[in-house]
Design a protein around this ligand. Structure first.
Ligand code: SF4
Length: 359
């Protein structure tokens, strides 16, 4: 790899060795006026991650600045201690890498893969890698096309086209970027970076306020059934949800009271987010076609492999909406003390009936 490649893929071991060899001091980069542009670029990386702005292409006017801005951005993100920002930053960096990888020749992907310990080769225009390497990164991808059974596999070697190999690398990048972002940042470093942090915190607060599901007092993520919590967490991690899971989550969120724009905002985190297509799907599921769909029952969720993380409360319900209402009822009871017994509204949701009248 060369300097341009290090700037594109600053998370690689090779890139960090290059920084070390050039004897850059991270303390200097954080405090010295000469590196002001590096720090500003680091802040921009994070603001882009928060705003979900378009990933940059390979226009890298100043590769050294681009490269150095990555460790500085990591320190800035770590200094917030904010798990949501950490995940969002990792997803953004990994998506950025994915878009750059797609523009690389095959050798470029092989080089980045080898930095992650993936020993891949090309055969008949496909990437060939050992199934253990494949599973390491495909395990978090829920779409059934990633299951080994649905892939070409010969003698323990998996064959994937370029965009799938790049997608696996995107997963590897996301994990790598996210790792190690939980450590404590020394106070002197945090103080030096403080002038850049106010804008980051403000943008993060706005984003969280827009997306805080619990903020309106009617909808609470705490009361979500485990399946919906898992699907939402996957979405926020940037995991590519299969269609059945998207349908389940979208209809569930609509059924408990989120409007289309709130749901759209959640989907912006999806790795393959496309505004037009997602809006069409969300509008269709939430009643744009004249039919407002009800979230699938537990039985249907199980059939499609979307019943994830079942817990003892699940034994008392046959529908995720029923789980949610019971959980909300328990919460209200805890807050206000004993309440009169409710009637048969739960049963409608247990049966998978339309929830609108009992919301
Ligand atoms: S049993 Fe029902 S509510 Fe519980 S995790 Fe499975 S689908 Fe969700």
């Amino acid at each position: 790899m060369d300097t341009i490649a290090y700037a594109k893929y600053p998370f690689t071991l090779e890139a960090s060795l290059y920084v070390k060899d050039r004897q850059y001091s991270i303390e200097d980069v954080i405090v010295r006026p000469a590196y002001e542009q590096v720090r500003t670029r680091a802040k921009r990386r994070i603001l882009d991650a928060i705003g979900g702005n378009a990933r940059p292409g390979d226009r890298l006017p100043d590769p050294e600045r681009e490269l150095l801005s990555y460790p500085v951005a990591r320190i800035m993100v770590a200094s917030t201690g904010d798990q949501y920002l950490i995940k969002r930053f990792a997803v953004w960096e990994s998506k950025r890498a994915y878009s750059l990888l797609l523009a690389e020749p095959e050798s470029g992907l092989i080089a980045v893969g080898s930095d992650f310990g993936i020993n891949a080769r090309i055969k008949d225009r496909e990437f060939v890698l050992h199934f253990t390497d494949y599973l390491k990164y495909a395990a978090g991808l829920r779409d059934t096309e990633w299951k080994l059974i649905n892939r070409k596999i010969i003698s323990g070697m998996v064959y994937v086209p370029k965009e799938k190999f790049a997608r696996l690398l995107e997963e590897a990048v996301r994990e790598k970027v996210q790792s190690g972002l939980t450590g404590k940042v020394p106070e002197t470093v945090a103080m030096a970076l403080e002038p850049y942090m106010a804008e980051i915190r403000a943008a993060l607060d706005v984003l969280k306020a827009e997306r805080n599901i619990a903020a309106d007092g009617e909808v609470s993520e705490d009361a979500f059934p485990p399946c919906m919590k898992a699907l939402l967490a996957d979405l926020q991690k940037g995991v590519n949800l299969p269609h059945t899971a998207r349908f389940a989550l979208t209809s569930f969120l609509a059924n408990i009271g989120l409007d289309k724009e709130q749901i759209m905002e959640l989907y912006r985190m999806a790795p393959d987010f496309r505004e037009d297509l997602t809006r069409y799907q969300v509008e269709h599921i939430t009643g744009g076609s004249g039919t407002e769909y009800t979230a699938p029952s537990c039985k249907t969720m199980m059939t499609y492999g979307n019943c994830i993380g079942k817990n003892p409360y699940c034994d008392w319900v046959t529908h995720p909406l029923s789980y949610y209402r019971k959980a909300m009822f328990r919460r209200a009871k805890l807050k206000t003390g004993p309440a009169p017994a409710t009637g048969g509204n739960q049963a409608a949701a247990d049966d998978g009936g339309k929830p609108a009248d009992s919301r």
